[in-house]
Write a new protein. Structure first.
Length: 117
């Protein structure tokens, strides 16, 4: 509750399994959760100013199906333009289809996995 004006947060390399406790950080624009143990993306609903999200090198299995990371991100009311998911199974099993899917369902993206769209 004391960090309500925080705009940038790097929680990389912390063995995080669940995204939680970010509800009050409504001014957050840049969130890095790189190289943790996250398997399901959730808990980002209040981050309406979010522009950059790094979830690379986690345990996210699929970009389709029940725990669809792309549809979840699409459902959020934010300003997401930069997304990193590389290093997750969802991005490495079929990288071409994954990228086309992400671009189609997240049309506001400008960068995906460090590449200009």
């Amino acid at each position: 509750d004391h960090l309500v004006n925080l705009t940038w947060l790097d929680l990389s390399f912390n063995q995080i399994e669940v995204i939680e406790g970010l509800e009050a950080l409504t001014k957050l624009t840049d969130l890095s959760l790189y190289s943790n143990k996250i398997w399901k993306v959730s808990g980002l609903e209040n981050l309406t100013q979010l522009n950059v999200l790094s979830l690379g090198n986690n345990l996210i299995e699929s970009y389709i199906g029940e725990d669809n990371v792309i549809f979840y991100l699409r459902s959020l009311n934010n300003r997401l333009e930069v997304l990193t998911l590389m290093g997750n199974k969802c991005a490495t099993d079929n990288p071409t289809n994954y990228k086309l899917y992400a671009i189609a369902f997240l049309p506001q993206l400008k960068y995906l996995d460090y590449e200009v769209i």
